[in-house]
Design a protein around this ligand. Structure first.
Ligand code: IPM
Ligand code: MG
Length: 358
């Protein structure tokens, strides 16, 4: 089969980690007889500098004409003082919205060989950790109305609006349910219903949807502050975690760190079709950009998710995951997961070694 993949490298370590993922995809193509055509498009700070916009039209058109999209990371100090709509992040939010990718899946899984890298005590994670964060991605405070204005006393103020409709909550709940029935049958739905109106609607809608369509699923409501605490106190109690855009952003970083390194976690963003956007959950790490020391595993695993969730290539996805595991078991580590007695290697070598195991 032939697949057209749009590659958006972005900023910082973006180009290095994408190059790593392409090394692995090329090997998969060779081994399993697929043709992957990679077409690069600008996004983020790089696109601002070279094309005057964080999301040039060429990029959205290219993504919409592709079979799927692989993204590195956006952002950096250089663009930190730009206004909201001009920032590199606006490119990422824009492409999520344009492609209507409302469902963001972030698996936080503990790799056995990395258990020592977790900041949590051994006894807290001895039962393993396999959490699937289902984050709503095109609504909420990320996309609500914003103002920056001056009031009648001359004081400057700002607002951001959190808005959710029933249909937005229902469609993401449906995704969580589909995943939960294949797993433990349990969903933890995270909100702040003791304070926010949007959260009360969230809670009501999630329960109504599940009762009607998936009565066998057990839904537990967890307040977001309690969730932040439970994740470090007893993370193995969770399986599928369903939450809003903002809470999902925050909690997925926390869950990632519990597994050892944010450099290991991938994510998929999908809408109603099979065309998705796949990216690591970490950022552009401008402090280590260009040093060949970034961990490419999250992006490589994102590419694996693309093969499975957009193209239905389950065997190929499993082959990449197994190759990652083998390289870790052989003791190779990038700096972020380096431990005594292990062999420290760079970004490109990590990708090459993973490719070689396929
Ligand atoms: C993420 C990132 C983005 C987000 C930023 C870069 C806009 O933190 O994907 O988690 O907040 O969604
Ligand atoms: Mg984030």
């Amino acid at each position: 089969m032939r697949y057209k993949i749009a590659v958006l490298e972005g900023d910082g370590i973006g180009p290095e980690i994408c190059a790593g993922a392409l090394t692995v995809l090329k090997k998969v193509g060779k081994k399993f007889n697929h043709r992957f055509d990679f077409i690069h498009y600008p996004i983020g700070g790089y696109a601002i500098d070279n094309f005057g916009s964080p999301l040039p039209k060429e990029t959205t058109d290219g993504c919409l004409a592709s079979d799927s999209v692989l993204l590195g990371a956006v952002g950096g100090y250089k663009w930190d003082n730009l206004s909201g709509a001009e920032r590199p992040e606006a490119g990422l939010l824009g492409i999520r919205k344009t492609m209507n990718l409302y469902s963001n899946i972030r698996p936080a899984k503990l790799w056995k060989s990395l258990a020592d890298a977790s900041p949590l005590k051994k006894e807290l994670i001895e039962n393993g950790l396999d959490i699937l964060i289902v984050r709503e991605l095109t609504g909420g405070i990320y996309f609500g109305e914003r103002t920056l204005a001056t009031d009648e006393n001359g004081e400057i103020y700002a607002t951001d609006t959190e808005k959710y409709s029933v249909s937005e909550i229902e469609r993401i709940t449906k995704i969580a349910c589909k995943l939960a029935v294949k797993r433990s049958g349990k969903i933890a739905s995270v909100d702040k219903a003791n304070v926010l109106e949007t959260s009360r609607l969230w809670r009501k809608t999630v329960h109504a949807y599940c009762n009607e369509h998936y009565p066998e699923i057990e839904v537990k409501d967890v307040l977001v502050d309690n969730m932040a605490m439970q994740l470090v106190k007893n993370p193995s109690q969770f399986d599928v975690v369903l939450t809003s855009n903002m809470f999902g952003d925050i909690l997925s970083d926390e869950a990632a760190q519990i597994t050892g390194s944010i450099g290991m976690l991938a994510s998929s963003s999908l809408g109603d079709g099979t065309r998705g956007l796949y990216e690591p959950i970490h950022g552009s790490a401008p402090d280590i950009a260009g040093t060949d020391s970034a961990n490419p595993v999250a992006t490589i695993l994102a590419a694996a998710m693309m093969l499975r969730d957009s193209f239905g290539l389950d065997t190929e996805c499993a082959a990449i995951e197994k190759a990652v595991q083998t390289v870790l078991e052989k003791g190779y580590r990038t700096a972020d997961i380096m431990q005594p007695g292990m062999k420290k290697i760079g970004c490109a070598e990590t990708a090459q070694r993973i490719a070689d195991e396929i």
